[in-house]
Write a protein that binds this ligand. Structure first.
Ligand code: SAH
Length: 269
């Protein structure tokens, strides 16, 4: 294991923003796990990252939950720890680039001359589709995915209201919005989605023993979520691909079509 002090005295260590994945500690990347194993200090997002993810850190590592900290507290903590340790980890839920305040946290590090890097993670959007055995894209159905949220206390920039995005009829993965499901429904209706449009809500995707998969339609998903008691930590998916494993007909992916030639395979005659 490399020494845990900056190589040259006076040179700060590196702050690594590591995607912890959606909850299952086995869904962190190998690179993220290795960095945790050599970290002198770890700041984790307590509300969503399963504490188990910190099980990879060494015994003498300083581990701090950030749930009661302001942005200023966090950056101060990261800067001071980078002056003591070669490897400091900020463990983020899912992927750090999605709703993770990454840039807000990184800019003060730049200002303090502390180097920082990012290790991507499995987003809860991916984990939710995996849990349900669904695909975000399907040939001739949709080839695009929109990752978004509805307006809560954070305002939505112009042109990004959900009704406008939903008009594309592509896969919508809606974060941070389970308590605003009524707004999601209103937006989908405004965009002309039918009442029987399939919808999926996954609560705590990938969390061992806690994952809940709720299927429904635009007409009844809110009721189903209420019955299941799901009020937090949930991904809402609206997509024309949902349920495709049970469809009678399905367009084929060209890549695996026997009549299609590509770089690695000639078509069957
Ligand atoms: N960076 C994270 C998202 C953070 S925002 C990522 O890439 O997944 C927090 C929102 O993510 C929650 O409101 C919820 O919508 C979603 N979320 C995070 N973890 C989740 C999980 N295990 N299951 C379902 N949704 C989750």
């Amino acid at each position: 294991m490399p020494p845990d002090t900056p190589e040259t005295p006076g040179t700060p260590g590196t702050v690594w923003f590591v995607g912890a994945g959606p909850g299952d500690p086995e869904l962190i990347t190998i690179k993220g796990q290795k960095l945790l194993a050599q970290a002198g200090a770890v700041l984790f997002a307590g509300s969503l990252v399963d504490r188990a993810a910190t099980e990879y850190a060494p015994d003498d590592c300083e581990i701090r939950d950030s749930k009661d900290m302001t942005l200023e507290d966090m950056t101060e903590w990261l800067v001071s720890r980078a002056r003591q340790h070669q490897t400091v980890v900020r463990l983020q839920t899912g992927d750090p680039a999605l709703y993770g305040a990454l840039i807000e946290m990184a800019r003060p590090l730049d200002a303090a001359g502390v180097p920082w890097r990012v290790v991507p993670g499995v987003s809860s959007a991916m984990a939710s589709m995996a849990a349900a055995g669904e695909s975000m894209t399907l040939p001739e159905v949709t080839q695009s995915v929109i990752l978004t949220r509805v307006e809560g206390r954070t305002p939505m920039p112009e042109g990004e209201d959900l009704a406008a995005l939903a008009a594309h009829r592509t896969t919508l993965c809606i974060f941070l919005s389970i308590t605003l499901l009524h707004k999601v429904e209103a937006a989908l209706r405004e965009a002309g989605w039918p009442e029987d449009a399939p919808m999926l809500v996954v609560h705590k995707a990938s969390w061992p023993g806690e994952e809940l998969i709720i299927r429904g339609t635009l007409a009844d998903i809110k009721q189903r979520c209420r019955e299941a008691g799901v009020v937090s930590q949930a991904m809402i998916v609206a997509s024309p691909t949902l349920g495709a494993r049970h469809w009678e007909t399905l367009a084929r992916s060209k890549l695996y079509d026997p009549t299609f030639t590509h770089r690695f395979r000639k078509a069957n005659a």
